[in-house]
Design a protein around this ligand. Structure first.
Ligand code: GLN
Length: 309
């Protein structure tokens, strides 16, 4: 049997020796300051045990990985009516693209591109002040990670707000079609805060465990989402979780995964493991370069691809 810890140690050692680890996100000044030469990985198994290597206890900005959790939260609150505001097809476009939105009359292709995640936030905000919605999101993630110490980095949230013209355009555009109910600055305030959540790989892998375990947190026994819903969230992660790099990720790694421009990726091996990897350097489409390479290795060596060993 392959020894998981040994595999993780080898992957981390290899990552440390790579020269070209990609480029950190430049368009959010606070993220541009992060040292690209960092790498962490953590794997949580259905019995709750955690294996990790590298900088797995270093916090990072989870950015778009948060979109998995807000989708689960919105589905829990509103059920399948979420799908009248947002679709579930891969976009084949960059995460902040605006072109498709016009053709499709303000209904974003899926909940993992920026427009889709902003529409999901608008749904979560129903009946709430922005502060309360932020509180609800953070509580949900703390509950999933079983860790009350998880916080939001206000500097990152403010940095993104100050440079958020593209996301503001997406939100205004959707609002012009009636697909956003709340004032745009309120919705963006919540969205930028959810993106600015700080977690480390160990916390993130733990928070994703319900998706590897039929919607149930196997440690606490809490049913987070139904089995069918967990399966469907995984399906959307596989098809849409890496934007216009989703096909390539499925080809190389073969697991449902969600990336963020902070360099984090949450990947799910259904029934087997929840994996979080982080390395801040990104590839051309904004996905962690070493993170993807690490997951490719891990899935291959553990025979975890959903497409068969
Ligand atoms: N907060 C980032 C943005 O809205 C999230 C994008 C990402 O992680 N891909 O641009």
């Amino acid at each position: 049997m392959t020894d998981l810890q040994e595999v993780l140690d080898e992957i981390a050692a290899e990552a440390a020796s790579v020269e070209d680890c990609g480029v950190v996100a430049q368009y959010i000044p606070e993220l541009a300051k992060v040292d690209a030469k960092q790498f962490g990985i953590a794997v949580t198994l259905p019995d709750g045990t955690v294996h990790s290597a590298g900088d797995s206890a270093t916090g990072f900005s989870i950015q778009s990985v948060s979109k998995v959790f807000t989708l689960a939260l919105a589905l829990g609150k509103l059920g399948d009516s979420v799908w009248s505001s947002v679709g579930r097809e891969p976009s084949g476009n960059p995460f902040n693209s605006i072109v498709q939105l016009e053709q499709e009359k303000g209904r974003p292709r899926n909940p993992f591109i920026n427009a889709g995640a902003i529409a999901v936030v608008d749904l979560i905000m129903a009946g709430h002040q922005p502060k309360e919605a932020i509180g609800e999101i953070i509580q949900f993630i703390r509950h999933l990670a079983d860790d009350d110490s998880i916080l939001i980095d206000e500097h990152v949230a403010r940095s993104e707000t100050a440079h958020g013209d593209r996301n503001a355009s997406l939100a205004h555009f959707m609002r012009s079609f009636g697909n956003i109910d709340h004032p745009v600055d309120h919705v963006l305030g919540v969205y930028f805060h959810q993106c600015a959540l700080v977690m480390n790989c160990r916390q993130l892998a733990r928070a994703g465990l319900f998706l590897a375990s039929q919607g149930r947190d196997p440690v606490t026994g809490a049913q987070v989402v139904s089995e069918q819903r967990a399966r469907r969230i995984n399906a959307i992660m596989l098809t849409c979780g890496h934007y216009d790099g989703s096909g390539e990720f499925a080809f190389r790694v073969g697991l449902p995964g969600k990336s963020g421009v902070g360099g984090g990726i949450l990947a799910i091996a259904p029934g087997k493991a929840s994996i979080a990897v982080w390395s801040p350097g990104l590839d051309r489409v904004g996905n962690s370069k070493l993170g993807t390479a690490a997951l490719e290795q891990l899935a291959r060596r553990m025979d975890w691809s959903v497409f068969g060993a």
